[in-house]
Design a protein around this ligand. Structure first.
Ligand SMILES: Nc1ncnc2c1ncn2[C@@H]1O[C@H](COP(=O)(O)OP(=O)(O)OP(=O)(O)O)[C@@H](O)[C@H]1O
Length: 245
């Protein structure tokens, strides 16, 4: 699955937040979307998810825009938002059942994988509980389990590491690796650059609604004339610092 964003101008009101954003996430690739608070990461993700309409520009999955094949487009993406969105009146098991039905997932596979994933994320035994009463990190895990069950072609994950404990982060990374080995692509926004450096193939640096740079760490080091020992953290602070001047 490849995601292509071309010359996206977008935002919430008539004043654009994103200015001429172009980027791609290729088949089987993990791309890190990084940028300061307010840079436009979540806004970009909301446009990809079709929650906001572009003022101009195109967003396509395997060449198809959301308007062309809305169901196929939406089913191809597993979205884990920054703020978990759960149904107050549904139990954990009912959330799983709803995902199975709405994505028309094979029942046997869901019945086999659900206990494994719930155990992995230490949510086992809580099937009859209401996730709306869970802690923020536990709610995030419910969203992650639901997204993993759908085996999407593209994972879009907003700030995956902020609410999770270190064991859950390790387990999430392992699960994403497995999905990637099956050919899924991953786009994640994150501030945790040391982890992003380990797991992302490429990075897109957003700054004030514009793409300041993109590429592998090596390509960014060359682009910004920095030595090869410079970490993503150091590079990012230097580059965004220059952008702020
Ligand atoms: N619902 C909204 N309505 C109007 N403007 C918004 C809304 N949400 C965000 N913005 C504005 O859009 C800009 C980009 O915000 P966005 O949430 O995309 O940043 P971000 O890069 O995800 O930041 P963070 O790292 O803090 O999550 C900010 O100036 C913000 O004030």
């Amino acid at each position: 699955m490849s995601l292509k964003i071309e010359h996206l101008v977008g935002g919430y009101t008539r004043y654009p937040i994103l200015h001429d954003i172009s980027m791609t996430v290729d088949h089987g690739e993990t791309v890190g979307l990084i940028g300061l608070n307010g840079a436009g990461k979540s806004t970009t993700i909301k446009h990809i998810m079709g929650l906001l309409k572009p003022f101009s520009g195109n967003i396509s999955l395997n060449g198809k825009k959301l308007e062309e094949e809305p169901n196929e487009y939406r089913r191809s993406i597993g979205y884990v938002p920054e703020t978990p969105a759960l149904y107050e009146e549904l139990t954990l098991q009912e959330h799983i059942n709803m995902i199975q039905m709405s994505y028309d997932l094979p029942v046997e596979r869901v019945e086999k994988e659900t206990p494994e994933l719930l155990k992995l994320f230490r949510l086992d035994g809580k099937e009859d509980w209401f996730p709306s009463n869970f802690s923020k990190g536990m709610q995030q895990k419910v969203m992650i389990v639901c997204a993993l069950l759908t085996r999407p072609a593209l994972f879009v994950i907003d700030e995956p590491f902020l609410g999770l404990d270190p064991i859950a982060i390790r387990d999430l990374i392992e699960q994403l690796d497995k999905q990637k080995a099956r050919g899924s692509s991953i786009l994640m926004s994150t501030h945790v650059l040391s982890t992003a450096e380990k797991i992302c193939d490429r990075f897109i640096i957003l700054h004030e609604g514009k793409v300041l740079g993109q590429g592998t760490l090596e390509e960014l080091q060359i682009q910004y004339r920095m030595p090869s020992h410079v970490s993503l953290d150091e590079l990012y602070i230097d580059v965004t610092g220059r952008g702020l001047l």
